[in-house]
Design a protein around this ligand. Structure first.
Ligand SMILES: NC(=O)c1ccc[n+]([C@@H]2O[C@H](COP(=O)([O-])OP(=O)(O)OC[C@H]3O[C@@H](n4cnc5c(N)ncnc54)[C@H](O)[C@@H]3O)[C@@H](O)[C@H]2O)c1
Length: 447
């Protein structure tokens, strides 16, 4: 860990990469008109003045624009990675050198360093946290519940040096938090249900302007992009198995069909399965899909969706990737026990030998769109991060009044983001006439 001339602590790969990071961040900014409007207002109004904010997000060009907006709002920002493979080192360098943001993230960092960086973000003593997968909030709750054995070693060692009053203050000092993704929201709702949530959390993922666009169009396109960059395989005529037909799965299935693949869907929810069937995909159990697929992609947020029994049934040369939040959707532990390997065959592609057949696993089963490509395009993150910025402001304004539960941002803010996005895209829409307003508000007209 090092400090800059202006005193900000940081741990990034190489500050010499900052120029490239700045250029790429500026390129993303061109596609983020909503966040720009919020940043300009934040610069004038400083709604986050005096706040210490710790964010655990994918360190990408889009996140850089969010961090700059939060800083413009007056926040003192510390940023660590929410995945060891998703950090863009040039962007991390740019944020430290040009904005004095305390970044702790190095692409490819090992488990120990990943959690050392989470520790550094917690040591920032945030009064606001921003998560993508709930790693910061989970760590804070393990401290609150005195479950120190459940903390990753670097965090536990640090917490053990704190006095009981200090530990208490670390958690009670947090006014509230925001959460970016489906998996994090599921964890937080489980904490609220168990009555252990220590502060209110805004589920950014629950905003319509987030999951309808980011999860569907963002994950859809960038997952395809990641697989193509990693493999350069031809999709036309191949069979692609999509596990999970939620927002991400729908988006990916749509895009991969557009590339000419035969798409097979697996699901556990009858409604989603029915929807996939009526959208024109073949829906089968994984045991059956395993025999026909060329490429398998998990987007479920669940664990061990593709297991060794499925891998044994696969064709020689099957390719496996994951785009769900954690690297638990493919049973790689089981594969490790049953197969020989891995042999690195090209960047992001590992070959395993199982029963004499080859199985190719992409990016160690981590989010393929962030590991092998650049994550979601900026235009879609514009809305997700507009939600994050407004959620942070909402927590500061209203956090003290909110129950210790998982909330979504007010629907009016969600619609305002959609309105601003349309404006940014140069799209205008109709407004209700007074007659239509009256008609929609009544039960006795027009029948
Ligand atoms: N790659 C990215 O950049 C990115 C972006 C957004 C969300 N995510 C993550 O992707 C995952 C999915 O998110 P979502 O918003 O689509 O969630 P979702 O809840 O809308 O969809 C998940 C779907 O998976 C299905 N499912 C669960 N277990 C299954 C199983 N064993 N087999 C088949 N289907 C199963 C569920 O029924 C559901 O329909 C989450 O982990 C989320 O955090 C990733």
């Amino acid at each position: 860990m090092t400090t800059t001339a202006h005193g900000a602590a940081y741990d990034v790969k190489d500050l010499g990469l900052a120029d490239e990071g700045r250029r790429r961040t500026e390129w993303a900014e061109r596609s983020m008109p909503v966040l720009r409007i919020i940043r300009d207002r934040f610069t004038r109004e400083r709604p986050l003045a005096g706040r210490r904010l710790a964010a655990c997000l994918h360190v990408t060009t889009e996140t850089a624009n969010l961090a700059v907006a939060l800083k413009a709002g007056g926040a003192d920002v510390a940023l660590c990675a929410s995945n060891p493979l998703s950090t863009q080192d040039d962007v991390a360098a740019h944020l430290v050198r040009d904005h004095g943001i305390k970044v702790f993230a190095i692409r490819g960092e090992n488990h120990e360093t990943y959690y050392e960086h989470i520790r550094a973000a917690l040591a920032h003593r945030p009064d606001l946290t921003m998560d993508d997968g709930a790693d910061l909030v989970s760590s804070l709750h393990m401290v609150a519940l005195n479950r120190l054995d459940d903390l990753a070693p670097p965090v536990r060692r640090w917490v053990e040096t704190l006095s009981p009053a200090d530990r208490k203050g670390l958690v009670s000092g947090v006014l509230g938090s925001t959460e970016e993704t489906t998996t994090g929201v599921i964890r937080l709702k489980a904490m609220a249900k168990d009555g252990v949530l220590q502060f209110p959390v805004i589920a950014v993922n629950d905003s319509d302007t987030k999951h309808l666009f980011d999860n569907r169009y963002g994950t859809g396109q960038s997952t395809l992009d990641g697989i193509l960059r990693a493999t350069n395989l031809l999709l036309a005529g191949s069979t692609v198995v999509v596990a999970g037909y939620g927002w991400c799965g729908r988006g990916f299935a749509m895009r991969v069909r557009g590339a000419g693949a035969n798409v097979v869907v697996t699901e556990i929810d009858p409604l989603k399965a029915l929807e996939a069937q009526m959208d024109g995909y073949r829906v089968v159990p994984m045991a059956e899909a395993a025999r026909v697929g060329d490429i398998f992609v998990t987007l479920t947020g669940n664990v061990n969706v593709i297991r060794v029994e499925h891998m044994r049934a696969m064709k020689d040369g099957a390719v496996l990737a994951n785009s769900g939040h954690f690297n638990v959707e493919l049973d790689l532990e089981g594969l490790k026990q049953a197969a020989t390997g891995p042999t690195a065959v090209r960047a992001f592609v590992d070959e395993w030998r199982l029963d004499g057949k080859r199985i190719f696993v992409l990016a160690d089963g981590r989010l393929i769109n962030l590991a092998a490509a650049e994550g979601h395009p900026a235009s879609v993150m514009d809305m997700s991060f507009a939600n994050q910025a407004l959620a942070a402001e909402f927590v500061v304004r209203r956090g003290a009044m909110l129950a210790k539960d998982v909330h979504r941002i007010p629907v009016e803010l969600d619609r305002e983001i959609a309105r601003l996005k349309l404006q940014g895209m140069g799209v205008t829409i109709d407004t209700l006439t007074p007659e239509q307003q009256k008609y929609l508000a009544s039960w006795d007209l027009g029948t």
